[in-house]
Design a protein around this ligand. Structure first.
Ligand code: SF4
Ligand code: SF4
Ligand code: FES
Length: 218
């Protein structure tokens, strides 16, 4: 097999590893594509956040970059009217179920949602879709960190870190559709589970849902 594959993203010719997913090929070459749920080591991405759409020459619908392997000669655009519309809608839907109080949030200025808004010129406020306003109980039972589901974007990064990194199997998804939530085993407080506070889940969280208490603002 050839040592690299030649592709073009946004008119830039780059050489990437054969078999690499388009999202990681772009990011490793400093070409930003919005993303929340992608995990580099995961061979079968669940592509749930719907933020990483790109256009590929020869394909007449936008494609999720986290699911698509690079191919020799592939020509990709990270922006187009169709892509921008899809990303904007996915982003606004995410915000409709998000406790948007950045000034009170431990992730303020270090948040994937803020970065996406900045990179794509999107407004970080409730807009087209009315806030859902789900109410969640804060789990601040661990000594070092807390879990505020009202800021969770359902990316699944904590679940991967917990299962593959810590092998603890404490976190998981529950329910479907609008009721989907990240839950703990039997919905118990973290301190009542076999959590040894390795904090891999906290480090994996791209927003302010899992956060260190020392970084709490209020
Ligand atoms: S997670 Fe990000 S977007 Fe949400 S309140 Fe915190 S800083 Fe703001
Ligand atoms: S708690 Fe954080 S890492 Fe886990 S699913 Fe929610 S946003 Fe993603
Ligand atoms: S990063 Fe591709 S769908 Fe979430």
């Amino acid at each position: 097999m050839s040592e690299h594959v030649n592709i073009t993203i946004d008119d830039r010719e780059i050489k990437v590893r054969p078999g690499e997913k388009l999202l990681w090929a772009a990011l490793e070459n400093d070409i930003y594509i919005p993303h929340l749920c992608a995990i580099k080591e995961e061979s079968r991405p669940n592509a749930s956040c719907r933020l990483c759409f790109v256009e590929i020459d020869g394909i007449d619908y936008p494609v999720a970059a986290c699911t698509r392997q690079v191919e020799e000669g592939m020509v990709v655009k990270t922006r187009s009217t169709k892509v921008d519309r899809l990303v904007k809608t996915a982003f606004e839907l995410l915000l409709s179920d998000h406790n948007l109080k950045c000034s009170e949030c431990p992730a303020n200025r270090n948040c994937a949602l803020q970065r996406i808004a900045k990179e794509r010129g999107l407004k970080l406020k409730h807009n087209r879709f009315k806030p859902i306003g789900r109410e969640f109980e804060l789990d601040d039972s661990p000594a070092e960190f807390a879990f505020d589901r009202s800021r969770c974007v359902l990316c699944g990064q904590c679940i991967w870190a917990d299962r593959v990194g810590a092998e603890a199997w404490i976190f998981g998804f529950a329910n479907r559709g609008i009721d989907r939530v990240v839950t703990t085993f039997n919905n118990l407080p973290l301190a009542e589970l076999k959590c040894n506070e390795c904090t891999l889940c906290v480090d994996a969280c791209p927003v302010g849902a899992l956060y260190y208490k020392r970084e709490q603002k209020v």
